[in-house]
Ligand binder design. Sequence first.
Ligand code: SF4
Length: 255
Amino acid sequence: VIGLGTFVPPVAQGVPATGGAVAEVRSALLTAIHERYRSNPRSRQTAVGPSQVGHPCGRNLAFLASGHPRSEQYNDPWPSILGTAAHAWLAETLEQYPTIWITERRVHVGGGMSGSGDAFHIPTGTVVDFKVLGNTTFTQLRNEDPASAYWFTGGGQTYRTQLQCYGTGFVNAGFQVRHVTLAVLGRAKRLSDLYMVPWEYDPAVSQRALARLQAARTLASAGVHPMAVPAQPGHCHFCPFKGSESDGLCEAGNN
Ligand code: SF4
């Protein structure tokens, strides 16, 4: 019998809760969450998509293009689960306005790369991509002007490239795309903190991304191991190929 009236203090990360059946309940919760996450097609996606193709590190892209198994270090799904849930809620909301918004449209960028564009604002021809971010990244993005190098040659180029790829995907689907914008929400922020990062649609960005992806695929099909591709450390936080070189993974990001 679970003692629902028994207060169990929060525990530090990784420390099992104690007290009656609480440990069992906690374990059952984590099992259910992990199993559902693993069964989600998005978490098993192996084809390189728009959200990955703009990563600044060529080695990262080579790992992706080769289909190399991901590191076990990259296994906490919670931020992704929250992001997916928020995206579903936002899509349901915008679907109520079918003359204004197109949501969750599967689009083809080119070169065999497809993705699901979050939203398209019909009156302005604007592709919108939602980001639901933790405090550190949220604050960083707010401090970066859309014209700053951060978005063009720094850590923000992954998001900018993703968005421009969706722009091309919507063009390929027959829409007139004029603008693209990130709509940034914080996991621990207020709705009124919604922050937009806008650019003009620029097809050259997706063309460059597709050419880079094709180069990575060519290396992969020639049997070149991703570790032979030069690394660009500095954007390694969420890299799923960070790990021990003895496991065929990249140690350059272990700093
Ligand atoms: S860990 Fe860093 S340097 Fe290594 S492949 Fe990943 S992003 Fe590139």
